[in-house]
Every structure is written in structure tokens, then in C-alpha cells.
Design a protein around this ligand. Structure first.
Ligand code: DC
Length: 225
């Protein structure tokens, strides 16, 4: 039977992970958060004291960073770095900054490409990232480009960081989001952009439930179910 692959791309803080995880659970699909893979690689670089801006050093260190994805009894995606569970650690702000830098390197992207394709080959998946509809799964059955204004994304992220116990001011968060947007859309390899055949969903004015309903409607329309 043919698998259904739902690709969800968009800028950071647009609500991709929360929405993708939730609809995957509703549809009975496997959820793959590809940002977590870049974050795990970044965790390794930071742990080893490797300067993220030193492309050669980052690329040379890639073979030593064994990245694995495990689905826990809780159904959540856990990230393992050389056998250690780094699921919590990869959410720290310094890891976000590092991931934005190292994900621009073509060799880093090439290194992680096959792993992502394999994850989508065995099951029905909802995969979120920046280049899923354009590069990783260009023939995905359903593609959605999920976005929201930078201000709204910064507001949501500030709230999330506070809830995680790592608060940060709205201004700093907005600056970081704008920086990451710039990095993600301006890199030469696989920049963040909407695939020609993706449906755009802007959640600036939508709360979680309304966003989820809109997303499920798009999936229904596209899959003809
Ligand atoms: O979605 P996220 O914030 O967890 O992603 C972390 C970083 O990884 C972000 O700067 C963009 C990058 N990324 C990417 O380049 N390609 C992907 N498919 C997913 C994430």
C-alpha cells in the first residue's frame, strides 16, 4: 500500500511541531520533527566546544555524532545523541542559535537527508521542517506551508520559554526569531521557501484549535477523503 506523506514547512515558531504532532496522533500517522535532528547535531557541537561558525570543524565532527530517533511509550519523539537522551536539552536557546548556523552547511544537510527520507519510507508520516516539501520529500502527497507574523511567533515562543522555566524577554526572542528567519531563508542550500504545490496556512489570527481545524481541512481536501 502506498504511504501518505504530509510535509509541513515554515519558519520557526509558526506552531509546526505542536500542530504536526497533534494531527499525526489524530490521523494515526508517525510524526517526525526534523528540526530536532539538526538540534541534536548542534548539541554535539556545543558539547565538544566546536565553534558553530567553523564549517570545516563542524563537518569533520559529523561522523562522531550518532543521531537516533526513538518513539517512547508516551508516543513522543525522543532524540538520542551517542546513546544519551537529549530530548530536553535540544530545546535550549543556545542550541536553537547553533542549529540555525550549522543547518546552513550543505554537508550537514546532505549528511541528514537519507535519514529523513528513510523515516518517511515505512509509514504514513507527518514530517515538519524547512525543506521537506522542496527537498526531502519533493513528491509528498500533501504539502503545507505554515506561517505567522514574526511578532506573533515571538509572543508564542516567549510564553513557551517561560513555561519551560527558561524565560527570556519578548524583545530578545523577537530578535532571535528574525535572525533565524533571515538565516533560514538566505542560505544557499535548501533555503526555507514555500513549495509551488504547497498550501499556505497563516495562523497569526488563529488559536491552536482553529489552526488545527484549518490544517485538517486542507489535508482532507488534498487527500480527497
Ligand atoms: O524547527 P526547529 O526550530 O526545531 O529547527 C531548528 C533549526 O534547524 C532551524 O534553524 C532550522 C533548521 N532546520 C532546517 O534547516 N531544516 C529542517 N528540515 C528543519 C530544521
Amino acid at each position: 500500500m502506498k504511504h501518505i506523506r504530509i510535509a509541513i514547512d515554515g519558519p520557526s515558531g509558526a506552531g509546526k511541531s505542536t500542530l504536526a504532532r497533534s494531527i499525526a496522533a489524530k490521523l494515526g500517522y508517525v510524526y517526525v520533527d526534523t528540526g530536532a535532528i539538526y538540534r541534536t547535531i548542534s548539541c554535539y557541537m556545543l558539547e565538544q566546544g566546536i565553534d558553530p561558525t567553523d564549517e570545516k570543524a563542524v563537518v569533520a565532527a559529523l561522523p562522531q555524532a550518532k543521531v537516533e530517533i526513538r518513539y517512547g511509550a508516551d508516543g513522543l519523539q525522543h532524540m538520542l545523541l551517542n546513546g544519551a537522551d537529549v530530548t530536553e536539552r535540544i530545546r535550549r536557546p543556545e542550541v536553537s542559535g547553533c542549529a540555525s548556523v550549522v543547518s546552513a552547511y550543505p554537508d550537514v544537510r546532505a549528511h541528514l537527508l537519507e535519514m529523513q527520507r528513510q523515516m518517511a519510507s515505512a509509514d504514513n508520516v507527518v514530517m515538519d521542517g524547512r525543506d521537506i516539501g522542496t527537498v526531502v520529500l519533493p513528491d509528498a502527497e500533501i504539502k503545507v506551508f505554515l506561517t505567522a507574523s514574526a511578532q506573533e511567533r515571538a509572543r508564542r515562543r516567549t510564553l513557551e520559554l517561560e513555561q519551560r522555566g527558561t524565560p527570556q524577554s519578548y524583545e530578545t526572542t523577537l530578535r532571535e526569531i528574525e535572525e533565524r528567519d533571515w538565516n533560514d531563508t538566505h542560505r544557499a542550500t535548501a533555503p526555507l521557501r514555500q513549495a509551488a504545490d504547497a498550501v499556505m496556512l497563516d495562523t497569526t489570527q488563529l488559536d491552536f484549535q482553529a489552526s488545527e481545524e484549518a490544517l485538517l481541512r486542507i489535508i482532507q481536501e488534498r487527500s480527497g477523503t
